[in-house]
Design a protein around this ligand. Sequence first.
Ligand code: ADP
Ligand code: MG
Length: 363
Amino acid sequence: MATVKALEGRTVHQIQSGQVIVDLCSVVKELVENSLDAEATAIEIRFRNNGLDSIEVQDNGVGIASENYETIALKHYTSKLSHYDDLSSLQTFGFRGEALSSLCALSKFHITTARVDEAPKGTRLDFETSGKLKGTQVIASQKGTTVAVEDLFRNLPVRRRELEKNIKREYGKVLGVLQAYACISTQARISVSNVMAKGKKAVVFATKSSQSTRENIANVFGAKTLLGLVALDLSFEMQPTKTYSQLSEPENKQVRVLGHISRPVFGEGRHAPDRQMFFVNSRPCGLPQVTKVFNEVYKSYNISQSPFIFANIVLDTNAYDVNVSPDKRTIFLHEQNALLEGLRVSLVELFEKQGQTVPQSQK
Ligand code: ADP
Ligand code: MG
């Protein structure tokens, strides 16, 4: 049998980075979240060749202080979280300090940044694959930060090939994620463009500043989308179940669900399922069980259409855990069953109150 020995540091870094940056979506998600955490009010996402050649995220946020240049891309260096206890009261998207370090390991990567007192002078930062700062260069830059990721997965041939093969689907998924950020972010304008091989640039969508989520939806999906929507504003309390009650109990069991949903009687066209966006305290996330409840209740009123859903679940930060997977995609709701039950009841109430059609099952 072969001797058991420790993996080389570089190999470990590559393996772990591949768990944080699993696909094109994770790159974009991490970078946009960093820009939002940096209090940006304008974020521009630029793809080249659907992201295969490069992804650039430019923001007008606070920028990076020069004393942090050395550490910014080192693993587990973060300006956002210092103690494990802070996790439950976390207000930022990031907290692991892994995204930039992972991107150094998996792509050609550089940053341009300028703080407000430095602009119009800025600094370009280049890094080694380990995340160590390789060099800096003074260049012109507006206030804010631009992160450029080229040739993603260039050193993981199998992943690179997969990405190339599935790029259309991957890019579509990325747009879905960006639509969610663009719709929920009322504090920031978000614009997305893509330059294809022949140099043709297409603006994919753009939101404007100081808008409501309703106006964001109109800017992202077209004004027509608003026609069939009604406001979602549900309030209920989670009744704890036996299974989950031994876990750390949130003090506040009140839940509010805010957003927009198709009116069940609205008859025009079919809403594509990718126009269903879910958030927990404004953090975009996939919530399969919540999605299921929404669709089931909706179906009992309107069997022929699938609804447009934009739902932000507002609840106590102790009531869920975002630290489940390295890519922070999975959210663990401590009282999921109680939440689902409350949601189902209030959704039925909402549709009933609107005096809509009788439920399909009673017809
Ligand atoms: P995390 O977001 O978990 O802290 P990252 O690796 O994503 O980890 O980022 C590391 C650090 O780099 C952040 O804590 C932040 O201080 C800084 N940073 C990253 N992106 C930006 C940005 N767009 N503007 C300002 N600072 C940034
Ligand atoms: Mg981050």
